[in-house]
Design a protein around this ligand. Structure first.
Ligand code: NAD
Length: 380
């Protein structure tokens, strides 16, 4: 056994813990750039609440609210320019994965020369990073706990990621109450993203005993609570378990990496212009089927915790795949990629783009370009 385990140095979890944002930010800096999306934080009144909490702690705040879902790398560039202009010394990301990814890139690349987009191309990061505080409002991407940021780069017409230890949050505040306003489709999509991350990190070639225990519990929490949170958004107990599951899956994936669903989700999501979680949800059952010959033992571990039927690992693993298909159906998620707008002609390019991805390389069953085409073909 030989592994490294990376986590944010401080994780605060609990209903109402957002009141500690001022205290946790003040430890790190006194002039914050708060990075968020355009609409919901303002409309829900949460933004005013956060600003009040920060002011009370003696932190002055500048707002960048230009992040859209599935963000463009230009948004991180714009936010970083604002950080320089305003002389901020700490960054806060408040919102879904899109806002968190933008915030962590601004912080990680605060002292780095050149354009943000160059680092998506694999340029080595030099220069001092600034600390950033993660406040997730979806459950979720787990981005609060990962050293990864995902962007669309319009210049290269790709959706891709950058990663490094500089991207890790200095403090994470997971307040499940902040997810109460998420509408059913966002709850469903981001919840299925979290479940995909839990299942792919469980079976990843780089999984360790530490990550596997997190992945298993995360998957169990998400499977048991996601339908409840989608059907009744005010079910705070379900929201709390989902937020915990999503955080645990994030820590697991940060250390174990993922698999073919995530390898394919970036090109397919970019081609179809669909939410990342939705694309993951549609791809998860066919990729699980593909992985059955090598991953049945891990799937059966989860199936046992869920008390699924089956006389042996293979039968239990199959029952888990059926459960995931039924879960998608219950959440109103389509079963075919065609419903997302993917065309048969797109398949060769999608497979070519997914093949070199780090997620694809972490998949428990080695995959060729033909395998990827076959998975997409079956799922079309
Ligand atoms: P998102 O951040 O794109 O948000 C989707 C929509 O939900 C937005 O309009 C947002 O304003 C709204 N929203 C967020 N929280 C809300 C709330 N509590 N109430 C009402 N509306 C709310 O969605 P996401 O699924 O959290 O993030 C997706 C992005 O994260 C993608 O770009 C994906 O690639 C990326 N991602 C990153 C990682 C990582 O490790 N960095 C992991 C997985 C996904």
């Amino acid at each position: 056994m030989d592994f490294t385990f990376l986590t944010p140095p401080l994780v605060r979890f609990g209903r109402g813990c957002i009141t500690e944002l001022g205290k946790e930010t003040k430890r790190l800096g006194n002039r914050a750039l708060l990075v968020t999306g355009r609409s919901f934080l303002k409309q829900s009144g949460i933004l005013d609440r956060l600003l009040g909490i920060l002011e009370e702690a003696g932190v002055s705040t500048v707002i960048y609210d230009g992040v859209s879902p599935e963000p463009l790398v230009d948004m991180a560039e714009e936010a970083r320019e604002l950080l320089y202009r305003e002389g901020c010394n700490v960054v806060i990301g408040a919102g879904g994965g899109s806002a968190l990814d933008t915030a962590k890139s601004v912080a990680a690349l605060a002292g780095a020369p050149g354009r943000v987009a160059e680092y998506l191309n694999g340029k080595r990061i030099d220069g001092a990073a600034l600390p950033w505080v993660a406040v997730p409002t979806t459950a979720g991407t787990g981005s609060e706990a990962t050293p990864t940021a995902v962007f669309t780069d319009p210049a290269r017409d790709v959706k891709t990621s950058m990663r490094g230890r500089q991207f890790m949050a200095a403090a994470v505040l997971v307040d499940p109450e902040l997810t109460l306003t998420a509408p059913p489709h966002i709850t469903a999509h981001s919840g299925m993203d979290a479940l995909t991350q839990a299942i792919e990190s469980l079976t990843s070639r780089f999984a360790t005993p530490l990550t596997k225990s997190l992945s298993l519990q995360a998957a169990e929490l998400i499977i048991s609570c996601l339908p409840r949170a989608v059907e009744n958004g005010q079910d705070i107990e379900a929201r709390e378990n989902l937020a915990l599951g999503s955080l645990m899956a994030g820590i697991a994936l940060a250390n174990a990496r993922l698999g073919v669903v995530h390898g394919l989700a970036h090109p397919v999501g970019h081609r179809c212009q669909r939410a990342h979680g939705l694309v993951c949800a549609v791809l998860l059952p066919p990729v699980m089927e593909f992985n059955l010959p090598v991953a049945a033992g891990d799937y059966a571990l989860l199936a046992r915790r869920l008390d699924l039927p089956g006389d042996n690992d293979t039968e239990k693993a199959r029952a888990l795949v059926t459960l995931v298909r039924n879960l998608n159906q219950r959440l109103g998620i389509p079963s075919r990629l065609k419903a997302l707008g993917l065309k048969a002609d797109d398949i060769p390019v999608m497979a070519e783009q997914a093949l070199p991805s780090g997620s694809t390389k972490a998949n428990p069953r080695p995959v060729s370009r033909e395998d990827l085409e076959g998975i997409l073909d079956n799922a079309l």
